[in-house]
Design a protein around this ligand. Structure first.
Ligand code: T3D
Length: 261
């Protein structure tokens, strides 16, 4: 039997998904898309999972579209259809996960691989990693959410320069301009990701997922409407177990045990 293209490992409440095509820097084939979507769905549907980490096998995170995959690249392929069928659902799946998703960028993240990472909730990168909007070099525009994510994260000037030049951005520079949360020395990378994932997994999961939802939605709303959405979400969370537990634990000076999802 051939090796899985996405490895899934569970440690407590943390599910780690590892893109597993290291010989091609974990670039996306149609088959890897299918396994990744299935793995994300499985994590979303497993009540025991409270945080997901995505990372890459070998020296790269993900080099975007596999330019050798005949099913997705080449003269006869409708690239728009590929985006609609594979990349758009992937980006939306990540954004609708009921648990926080960490991108642990272990090496180069290029093209849709970079934007797949940037669409996750928290991006931690090893110092040796890099981010490349490789699309312009092959006559495309940023996809997998890049046209939305880049200006939201770093502003129009930097978004356009990154996308037009396709220049490699180091992990340290990516942190400096606010493209990612954190750049970590390579020898501390695995421990840092593990500690962050375990910490998030012990937090009130539903509130974290609703935080993402509120922040993403608020970007499209007026200030007044964002305030209304906050009230709606807070009303629902205020009636849930985790809020009562969080307040009780604070008052009783003990560690809370959260369970909502
Ligand atoms: O259907 C559609 O096309 C639409 C979807 C578009 C979404 C996109 O993501 S478009 C952007 C596609 N990605 C790229 O253009 C990136 C291409 N790769 C690179 O530019 C470089 O590989 C990197 C800058 C990422 C890394 O460079 P380096 O020097 O560290 O590694 P390398 O030697 O170039 O790559 C190592 C191997 O991975 C190599 O194979 P080999 O020679 O050892 O057998 C290389 O061919 C392979 N590889 C890297 N990226 C891809 C790839 N193979 C297929 N597709 C790739 N994208």
């Amino acid at each position: 039997m051939s090796e899985p293209l996405v490895l899934a490992a569970t440690d407590g409440a943390v599910r780690t998904l590892t893109l597993n095509r290291p010989h091609a820097l974990n670039s996306f084939t149609a088959a890897m898309h299918a396994e990744l979507r299935a793995a994300l769905d499985a994590a979303a549907n497993d009540a025991a999972v409270r945080c997901v980490v995505v990372t890459g096998a070998g020296r790269g995170f993900c080099a975007g579209q596999d330019l050798n995959d005949a099913a997705m690249a080449g003269d006869d392929v409708d690239v728009g259809e590929v985006i609609e069928r594979l990349y758009r659902p992937l980006a939306l799946r990540v954004r609708s996960m009921p648990v926080p998703v960490i991108a642990a960028v272990n090496g180069v993240a290029a093209g849709a691989g970079a934007n797949f990472a940037l669409g996750c909730d928290i991006v931690v990168a090893a110092r040796s990693a890099s981010f490349i909007q490789a699309f312009s070099k092959i006559g495309l525009i940023p996809d997998c959410g890049g046209t939305w994510l880049l200006p939201h994260l770093v502003g129009r000037a930097r978004a356009l320069a990154l996308a037009m030049t396709g220049d490699k951005l180091s992990a340290a520079d990516a942190q400096a301009i606010g493209l990612i949360w954190q750049c970590v020395d390579d020898d501390a990378f695995a421990d840092t990701v593990k500690a962050l994932a375990q910490r998030l997994a012990a937090m009130p999961t539903k509130a974290l997922a609703d935080t993402r939802r509120a922040i993403d939605t608020a970007a499209q709303l007026s200030y007044a409407d964002a305030l209304r959405l906050e009230a709606d979400l807070q009303r629902e969370l205020g009636r849930a177990h985790d809020y009562r537990e969080g307040v009780a634990a604070f008052l009783e000076k003990r560690k809370p045990t959260f369970r909502d999802r």
